[in-house]
Design a protein around this ligand. Structure first.
Ligand SMILES: NC(=O)c1ccc[n+]([C@@H]2O[C@H](COP(=O)([O-])OP(=O)(O)OC[C@H]3O[C@@H](n4cnc5c(N)ncnc54)[C@H](OP(=O)(O)O)[C@@H]3O)[C@@H](O)[C@H]2O)c1
Length: 306
């Protein structure tokens, strides 16, 4: 049975390959696809990932996105591919480019052109300030993720697949995703750290809502379309830190501001994205795909956990 709030199952079960099915986005997508009665095959680079996929209900196939030549030619017939894998390695752009070099031509041999959902991200839109970015807004990518722009354009232009792009907002669950750091600090009685300023706004989406967007895009989106997956346009990060302080009964705990250079030195250049003040619109997905995010009050979800 499909959970309340999810779109009903499609007329036909689709056979989908997911890259990154154990990740914070991917695991939710696998759950949603299975709930909609699709067949899910997941790429697994280790026995641990394979076990994680089996536990979710997906069928693992062995492979690494850094070595696609060893598995891309052996793929079964597919209706769709969802790419939400990322190595966060210094050469993540090179790995992704090489993956597309091998993977896209491999689909030319499929009987039917599959859909290929590529994952971009909110950090491709730069600091928007008070303006609200849409799918029509020119990219202004964070340097560490600039490689995604030519790669997503390649997927949209590829002849062997029907390319679709989803740009997730910052993905959370009340205790995980981009909230994990706050949740851990709060649980251990530490002051939460906020990058740059409490006033920095993050566009947000709950992992389950984002997963339903991937499923809707797979089932309904027109080829060559792009969607921003933002349920909440922009939410001040200080409010998130303070909600976690309230949750542990320490409402007066002031977040500690850390500089963007400090967080980049600690986590890598990609972490500069935490300092981007952004507002992003999820209107197109709501209007064209009937996307209905159910999680729109993160503060209540955080405090409610307590
Ligand atoms: N999370 C967000 O808030 C957010 C927002 C916007 C955009 N995005 C983008 O969405 C994508 C996924 O993000 P995420 O947060 O879900 O990442 P994540 O939680 O770190 O998951 C990454 C996934 O990729 C897999 N993976 C990594 N390296 C691999 C390799 N060499 N071979 C095969 N699989 C590999 C991991 O598998 P194992 O570890 O099990 O091996 C895992 O399933 C990234 O491109 C990210 O930039 C994320």
């Amino acid at each position: 049975m499909i959970a309340a709030g999810r779109a009903s199952a499609p007329e036909r079960s689709l056979r989908i390959l997911i890259l990154g099915g154990t990740g914070s986005i991917g695991a939710a997508v696998v759950g949603e696809l299975l709930a909609r009665e699709h067949v899910v095959i997941g790429l697994a680079r280790s026995e641990r990932s394979a076990a994680g996929l089996r536990e979710l209900g997906a069928m693992p196939i062995a492979g690494d996105i850094a070595a696609p030549q060893s598995w891309a030619a052996k793929l079964p017939e597919l209706d769709g591919i969802i790419h939400v894998a990322c190595d966060f390695d210094a050469d993540m752009g090179g790995i992704d480019r090489h993956l597309l070099d091998i993977l896209l031509p491999a689909f030319a041999n499929q009987a039917k052109r599959p859909r290929f959902i590529y994952t971009g991200g909110c950090w491709l839109f730069g600091a928007t300030g008070d303006a609200v970015a849409t799918e029509e807004t020119a990219f202004d990518p964070l340097p560490a993720f600039a490689w995604m722009v030519p790669n997503l354009r390649r997927v949209l232009a590829a002849r062997a697949v029907d390319g679709i792009v989803i740009h997730p907002a910052m993905v959370y669950t009340p205790d995980g995703g981009v909230f994990r750091r706050f949740a851990r600090d709060a649980a251990e009685g530490r002051v939460s750290r906020v990058v740059a300023s409490e006033h920095v706004r993050w566009p947000l989406v709950h992992a389950d809502d984002l997963a339903s967007l991937y499923a809707l895009a797979l089932e309904r989106a027109a080829p060559q379309s792009s969607y921003i997956g933002a349920a909440i346009e922009g939410f001040a990060v200080g409010r998130i830190a303070r909600a976690f302080a309230r949750r542990v009964g320490a409402p007066d705990l002031e977040p500690r501001i850390v500089s963007v250079d400090e967080i980049a030195a600690e986590l890598g250049e990609w972490a500069r994205g935490y300092a981007l003040d952004q507002r992003l619109s999820g209107t197109r997905a709501r209007q064209e795909l009937g996307w209905q995010p159910r999680h729109v009050d993160p503060e209540r979800e955080i405090v409610g956990l307590g």
